[in-house]
Design a protein around this ligand. Structure first.
Ligand code: GLA
Length: 673
């Protein structure tokens, strides 16, 4: 049976390869260096539209044939991208209406990339055309590992094509204008619509936008981009190519897509991941991106891009040390990635991203950075048996779930909430970080799906929810789960309408609480709780109404009132956290709940040494990944062999090092070495 990226029998290693930027002499050096580094995968064609179709309907693919045969000769497989993220200049000159328009009405002209209006028929036709051309020519090539459709979907258009498509989408959703007017609360500020044609995308306007319109436009844009993706997928299949199809999500800064729905539409889910800090929290960020993507994928996934040598923090480059590059790469793999792919193979000499890191830096192969790449290639071969996923069961076992929903992000971004500084991904990440620091395995959970394997389910800042989600959470509690709901959850329904009678209206009875007023706090205004924890930013005048009080406010105007509650229901319980705990307090609180639920860290005590432990299940064994982010040598004792060093049972780990242990038992201990 041919291997797929789900179960390739090896880890995919390599990255975006843009030979069109280089001479043929360099191409020859490229494949020689790829061989040296054990590279087995190149992603080609991502930005090649202008080379492949130099003028409308005229294709030139001889150069790509040559690139592919060079890769072939070197035993390097390829992802073939459709180049539709970057239409060539001739396209926008011929079809100016297919340029995106910003919310402020300004057109976005060509000269960069991603200059397309996704709803413009000319763009959609051209995108289908180039996808079809590539699929007919290369769709059955034996070196083709898969299709990489487009690049980081997320260009949002507010122009006339978007307006037309948005109205069509709204008509399908609401059927009558009356139901749209009700859902959008258009009685406020005289926004009542008498005809569909009066409805606009949320373009620049005088003051605050209608929140229901904003969230519907987010939903529409995600659906519209997904339709464009699906059209390309259909062209590829119609041309007879059966290779797996993906598109690369961008994490974590973009929130343009409903990732659960998009994941359903792909054969394998992939992401691009760039550290957003040079500091130690970058390691938690790797875990966060990986756990999210594994959860979206429901199993193995692909890391399509990362940066080999650095990260952009603010206005400058920060270096990623080689040992960190290796540890991060293994970190993604520990949490389910089938690949370690990078942007890009060779650092560009010109063009907009010439200072972005690469596997082959400007200084060439005689560098510490390239030697680390070769070392990583060797390591991935040593651990290749890990790439075979278990035939049944989950890849990374977790008893803790965190609810994730793109709609939560969209709703919390609507303006004029009690505290606009509360960010959805910040809150989700804070919960994930708390568990990461405690050494616990975590999954993300799609609302409405089976959550019964999680003993603990956390819902951070899910501002707007449906009645259905409320019932799903209640069912989880009744059947024995421990639910933790944080502040800023369940305040509104899916139309961004507050549910009156006390907060959080959508979950009041499940939680057994009723808040009569929300008190956002200025930054730095800390409130202390009776259990020793500290919060701020958001507090509530809360009453227990069927729930027990776990902690009270111990300072400030709410002193003596409930801050954290727990309601027992069925065989489970529902906890409400009415303030934004400081990170250290959240760490303590969530680790306490995990312990109470009988959930153990992957390797007890490892976090205290700065060692991240992750267990990834394989086809015939479980593998314990140890990533040493700390600064003292440690010793890990148990039964099993480190695939990297060859050590057995007693494994010494220096700071910065990694071990991948084929386990013979799950009993391990860790001490100072
Ligand atoms: C993204 C894109 C790449 C490149 C990198 C680096 O992930 O997919 O084309 O722009 O970022 O910035």
């Amino acid at each position: 049976m041919p291997h797929t990226p789900h179960a390739p029998g090896m880890f995919l290693f390599g990255g975006d390869y843009n030979p069109e930027q280089w001479s043929r002499e360099i191409w020859a050096e490229d494949v020689a260096l790829m061989r040296q580094a054990h590279v087995n995968t190149a992603t080609i064609g991502v930005f090649s539209w202008a080379m492949l179709e130099p003028s409308e309907g005229e294709y030139d693919s001889q150069w790509l044939d040559d690139v592919i045969s060079n890769l072939d000769a070197a035993g390097v497989g390829f992802f073939l991208a459709t180049p539709t993220a970057s239409p060539p200049p001739w396209f926008t000159t011929a079809h100016p209406d297919a340029l995106p328009i910003r919310a402020d009405g300004t057109p976005v002209l060509h000269g960069s990339r991603d200059t397309y209006a996704v709803s413009a028929p000319a763009y959609r036709d051209a995108a289908r055309g180039i996808a079809r051309f590539l699929a007919e020519r290369y769709g059955t090539h034996p070196g083709l590992r898969g299709w990489h459709i487009h690049n980081e979907y997320g260009t949002i258009d507010y122009g006339p094509h978007a307006a037309r498509a948005f109205r069509d989408w709204l008509r399908r959703k609401y059927v009558t204008l009356e139901s749209l007017n009700t859902a959008w609360s258009t009685a406020f500020w005289s926004q009542r619509y008498g005809t569909w044609d009066d409805i606009l995308p949320p373009v620049q306007t005088q003051y605050l936008h209608n929140p229901a319109q904003l969230v519907d436009f987010k939903r529409f844009s995600s659906d519209e981009l997904l339709a464009a993706f699906t059209e390309q997928k259909d062209e590829i299949r119609a041309a007879g190519s059966t290779a797996p199809i993906t598109t690369n999500f961008m994490l974590p800064t973009w929130n343009h897509l409903d990732q659960w729905a998009w994941s359903d539409a792909q054969d394998i889910v992939s992401i691009d991941h760039y550290l957003d800090t040079a500091g130690p929290d970058g390691e938690a960020h790797v875990a966060y991106g990986s756990d999210l993507t594994r959860s979206w994928a429901g199993g193995p996934w692909l890391l399509m891009e990362q940066n080999a040598t650095g990260m952009r923090v603010g206005d400058r480059l920060a270096t990623k040390e080689p040992d960190r590059m290796v540890r991060n790469s293994l970190g993604y793999i520990a949490r389910g990635s089938q690949s370690s792919l990078f942007f890009q193979w060779r650092a560009s000499a010109g063009g907009a991203e010439l200072w972005h890191g690469a596997l082959v830096p400007h200084a060439g192969a005689d560098t510490r950075a390239f030697r680390a790449v070769v070392e990583l290639g060797e390591m991935l071969e040593k651990i290749s048996e890990v790439a075979e996923p278990p035939t049944s069961g989950v890849l990374v076992e977790s008893e803790i779930g965190i609810v994730w929903d793109a709609e939560g992000w969209w709703s919390l971004e609507t303006p004029h909430l009690p505290n606009d500084a509360i960010g959805y991904s910040d809150e989700v990440r804070a919960a994930h970080r708390a568990f990461w620091r405690g050494g616990y395995a975590v999954d993300f959970v799609r609302p409405g799906t089976d959550a019964s394997r999680y003993r603990l389910l956390v819902v951070p800042a899910l501002y707007a929810i449906t009645a259905e989600t409320g019932r799903w959470l209640e069912e989880y509690v009744r059947s024995g789960g421990c639910l933790v709901v944080t502040f800023a959850t369940g305040l509104a329904d899916e139309h961004q309408r507050v549910v009156a009678g006390g907060y959080p209206g959508m979950l009041r009875s499940l939680l057994g609480v009723r808040a009569e007023q929300i008190f956002p706090r200025p930054d730095g205004d800390i409130v202390y709780l009776s259990n020793g924890l500290a919060g701020g930013s958001w507090t509530e005048m809360l009453h227990a109404d069927g729930a027990d009080i776990l902690a009270r406010y111990d300072s400030g105007n709410l002193s003596g009132l409930p801050a954290i509650t727990r309601r027992s229901l069925g065989t489970g319980s529902a906890i409400y956290l009415s303030t934004k705990l400081e990170q250290a307090s959240l760490d303590t609180f969530l680790a306490g709940l995990a312990a109470e639920a009988g959930i153990l860290p992957v390797l007890e005590g490892a976090s205290a040494f700065g060692v991240e432990a992750v267990r990834r299940r394989g086809a015939t064994a479980d593998y314990l990944f140890l990533l040493h982010h700390g600064d003292h040598p440690v010793r890990v004792d148990g039964a099993g062999a480190d695939l990297l060093s060859g050590a057995r049972d007693r494994i010494l780990l220096a700071p910065g090092q990694v071990a991948v242990i084929r386990e013979e038992s799950r009993a391990w201990s860790i001490v100072d070495a």
